[in-house]
Design a protein around this ligand. Structure first.
Ligand code: MLT
Length: 265
């Protein structure tokens, strides 16, 4: 579970990646696609967005995104998922640029594997998709300007948790995550290797994220308010976005980034 700033080609080689920027880019992308948007094209700079728009036929696209959490002047939409409803984005291409999320998506794609977009809105759908991949998985937390972010780690932890549940159903999981605890001072793991017969194991960062998810499981909104970026959004009048992004499993969609565009398989 690295932040986007820590990822490198080595980390990503032959792995599937999931990018989380739940406040708000990855929630916005999932919402747009669930509401019938044709595709989302993430671009890094505002100028790139305007340049790309010039190449597309009129009325087929919308410019969306933010700087400083505020809509970019001249854009149709900001980065609030609530703006990306069926009537607005249906059958449209969205050109999206955000401060952290769009860059993290492109960085996650530097490896050779598939890149999915995760949020609280699609935890179970993402975990199910990852089960099908039969590949090592990197959960990339976009973070806030390169720093650890609580809300992205929470979402990564929720996906890790659901993966563990699915693995356990198949009888495959590292015993480190079973409920077995040391008995009479004898540590269970002394005799049981961290890696199960099937080789499935979570790195410590993923275990930490999973435990964070357990802490907030009954009130994910609280994590969003505990986070620095969440507080900033609430302060500038965007509390409704926090409430929206805190919903778990609202959609069954798994956005995938391929050839520069995000769509649904
Ligand atoms: C980002 O990509 O940095 C975020 O989505 C910012 C935001 O909350 O709009």
């Amino acid at each position: 579970v690295p932040t986007a700033a820590d990822i490198s080609r080595d980390v990503l080689t032959n792995k599937s990646a999931v990018m989380f920027d739940i406040l708000r880019a990855s929630s916005t992308v999932s919402t747009a696609l669930a509401n019938g948007c044709k595709e989302v094209i993430p671009v890094v700079e505002v100028d790139d967005a305007f340049a790309l728009a010039k190449t597309l036929p009129e009325n087929t696209f919308l410019l969306g995104g933010e700087r400083g959490a505020v809509k970019v002047p001249g854009f149709h939409l900001g980065n609030s998922p609530l703006e990306y409803n069926v009537g607005t984005v249906g059958n449209k291409t969205v050109i999206l640029t955000t401060t952290n999320g769009t860059q993290a998506t492109r960085r996650a794609a530097e490896g050779s594997g598939q890149v999915f977009i995760g949020s609280l809105l699609n935890v179970s759908a993402v975990a199910k998709k990852l089960m099908e991949m039969e590949q090592d998985i990197v959960l990339v937390c976009a973070g806030t300007r390169g720093k650890f972010s609580l809300e992205d780690t929470l979402a990564a932890g929720m996906v890790a948790r659901e993966l563990v549940r699915l693995w356990q159903l198949k009888g495959q999981i590292s015993p480190a995550l079973t409920e077995n605890l040391p008995i009479n001072g004898e540590f269970y793991l002394d005799e049981t290797p961290m890696v199960s017969g099937n080789g499935l194991v979570l790195e410590d960062a993923a275990v930490a994220a999973l435990r964070l998810a357990e802490y907030y499981e009954n009130n994910p909104l609280r994590a969003l308010y505990d986070s620095l970026h969440g507080q900033k959004l609430a302060q500038i009048g965007l509390a409704a976005d926090l409430a929206y992004c805190a919903q778990v499993d609202l959609f069954d969609v798994v956005p995938v980034y391929r050839d520069g565009k995000i769509g649904i398989d």
